[in-house]
Design a protein around this ligand. Structure first.
Ligand code: MG
Length: 306
């Protein structure tokens, strides 16, 4: 039997704001009880894996440990330690990013760093000016993720790391490199973690997400199966607007529980597996710096707004 591993987005898949999505608890319980390899994958570089485990525990999902989480901050630290050992950084970001860099022994340098690393969080004009100066002195610009904005509630968004990086791109004239989803390096490193420690690597890896531009695009480009859930930022009628398409579409992550438990035939499609006709009436926009046609469409309404 094929062994399947799961990479799972969080916001819009497991919870929305402070509410669990129907079926999420049973789905995670099924993963744990069957020792199915899985990782929660998030572009939010502010929290540490410990923070995320506590957050999910408070929401009602227990049994998780920090090893079940992989953030764009951890991806950034992996990238730097692999491609440029002993480099130095000037960081605009919060605890999750600082901790990940520290764990890889990457030193802070506010004078002549190799990189300016931009993550989530508020950056003062003084810090932005310092980062700008570092780039002018030769530092390369790296962002933990391309998200221009992120949902806070059904009616509110906040600026993301992509917006801060775009500020520095404009001021310095240098382009940033964006890690996190949909960058293939995020998926490649996450996939590698699914087979640690010393276990058999999954025969196939499924990415479950609610955002076409990051979750599904990244899955397609990294050779993974991409399952879209409609419990978050994407509405069914907009799926057809994208060049890349999900492998499956389902209402919530709970639709996969019986499959994980092995009590359903994975070959028999459910209603949500039926092909959906493409639609061209929807509007999207530059939610991420890496979106196609990012500057040719109007800014969308907040993702969580119906
Ligand atoms: Mg999401």
């Amino acid at each position: 039997m094929k062994k399947t591993g799961y990479l799972i987005d969080m916001d819009g898949v497991i919870y929305r704001e402070n509410h669990l999505i129907a079926g999420a608890v049973d789905f995670v319980a099924a993963l744990l009880s069957t020792s199915t390899p899985f990782l929660f994958l998030t572009n939010n570089s502010a929290p540490t894996p410990e923070d995320l485990a506590v957050r999910l525990k408070h929401l009602g999902i227990g049994g998780l440990s920090p090893r079940h989480f992989y953030t764009s901050a951890m991806n950034t630290a992996d990238f730097l330690s692999e491609t440029h050992p002993n480099c130095t950084v000037f960081v605009l970001g919060e605890g999750g990013l600082q901790t990940a860099l520290h764990q890889h022994h990457i030193a802070n340098d506010a004078i002549r760093p190799d990189y300016v690393v931009v993550g989530e969080g508020s950056a003062s004009m003084e810090r932005l000016a310092k980062a700008h100066e570092c780039i002018e002195r030769g530092a390369r610009l790296l962002a933990t993720n391309p998200d221009n904005w992120c949902p806070v509630s059904s009616e509110k968004t906040r600026p993301g790391a992509g917006a801060t990086a775009a500020f520095l791109e404009a001021s310095s004239g240098r382009r940033a490199y964006y890690l996190g989803k949909p960058n293939g390096y995020m998926f490649q490193r996450a996939r590698r973690r699914l087979s640690e420690p010393g276990g058999r690597a999954p025969d196939q890896v499924v990415m479950i997400g609610d955002t076409m531009e990051t979750d599904i695009r990244g899955a397609v480009e990294s050779g993974l199966l991409g399952y879209l859930v409609l419990s978050g930022s994407t509405q069914l009628e907009h799926v057809g607007d994208y060049v890349y398409q999900p492998t499956r579409i389902m209402d919530t992550v709970g639709d996969l529980t019986s499959e994980v438990l092995g009590i359903a035939d994975p070959g028999s499609p459910s209603a949500s597996d039926q092909p959906h006709p493409p639609s061209h009436g929807g509007r999207h926009g530059s939610r991420h710096q890496t979106d196609f046609l990012a500057f040719h469409k109007p800014r969308p309404r907040p993702a969580m707004t119906k």
